[in-house]
Design a binder for this molecule. Structure first.
Ligand code: 16G
Length: 248
């Protein structure tokens, strides 16, 4: 039995784009159908298959682009900017919102403050080579970082501002990773279909004995995987802590 036509085409495209840099545009369905002599339906199904597998991503109104087959989510206390640069990508951000909100019970619990305390909420779309990677919602205690709203986080790194302007030196951090479904309001921004699976990474960082940041990052699950160092049971020294734990 021969493979369906769209599968063959998907495989050809996979080979063609496997080594292409992230952000490389791919032909439209119509162009692909014309170039390869298949129907538009076949072209669409081939592209759909590669979008599902995470090799391509659709950016609404802009076309289809090569993304990473799967990028590992960071498990160290690096910033998005540093992490993407270390992987050879060009990071950028779009500020979706910067406002002062009142802490609800959950946020108050994270910061050890009272319900209703002022918290600065910075929401950003994070991109690598212009491809949407994550939406990050960062909460910071407003009283600890006066004037932070004057920064342009479309171009500045949050961690760099915290370090350079406020003298923050991180001492510790915790990252909780959960699987979920994309929020309706995030689908267009992340260029994913409604109801798509996402990974949510909630990071709490501590400096000078206080919680500095609580950031929830939403990554499309098709573009990321989790990898962690594991060591044999007999390894000397303390056992590595697992990065994943059961959902509370
Ligand atoms: C990372 C952190 C996030 C932090 C951001 C700062 C994860 C899951 N999250 O994305 O908590 O706010 O870096 O990035 O890694 P920036 O300094 O580039 O603005």
């Amino acid at each position: 039995m021969t493979a369906p036509k769209y599968r063959e085409l998907a495989e050809q495209l996979r080979e063609q784009y496997a080594q292409a840099p992230v952000g490389t545009p791919t032909p439209s369905e119509r162009q692909l159908a014309d170039d390869t002599g298949v129907s538009r339906m076949t072209a669409r199904r081939a592209i759909d298959e590669l979008v599902r597998s995470g090799l391509l991503t659709r950016a609404v109104g802009r076309g289809t682009f090569v993304t990473q087959p799967a990028m590992s989510v960071p498990l160290r206390l690096t910033s998005f900017t540093e992490d993407m640069r270390a992987r050879g990508h060009v990071p950028s951000s779009r500020v979706l919102g910067l406002e002062v909100v009142r802490a609800d019970e959950r946020v108050a619990g994270v910061f050890g403050t009272v319900v209703g305390a002022r918290v600065t909420l910075l929401s950003r779309l994070r991109l690598a080579d212009d491809v949407p990677m994550a939406i990050e919602r960062s909460h910071l205690r407003t009283d600890a970082f006066p004037g932070i709203e004057r920064h342009d986080f479309g171009v500045e790194s949050l961690y760099r501002v915290l370090a350079e302007e406020y003298g923050v030196r991180f001492e510790a951090g915790e990252q909780v990773i959960r699987a979920g479904l994309v929020r309706d309001e995030d689908t267009t921004t992340l260029a994913v279909a409604p109801g798509s699976p996402v990974l949510e990474l909630a990071r709490t960082t501590v400096a000078h004995g206080s919680v500095v940041e609580w950031t929830v990052s939403t990554y499309p699950a098709s573009r990321f995987e989790l990898s962690a160092q594991i060591a044999p049971l007999t390894a000397p020294g303390p056992a590595p802590r697992s990065a994943l734990r059961a959902r509370r």
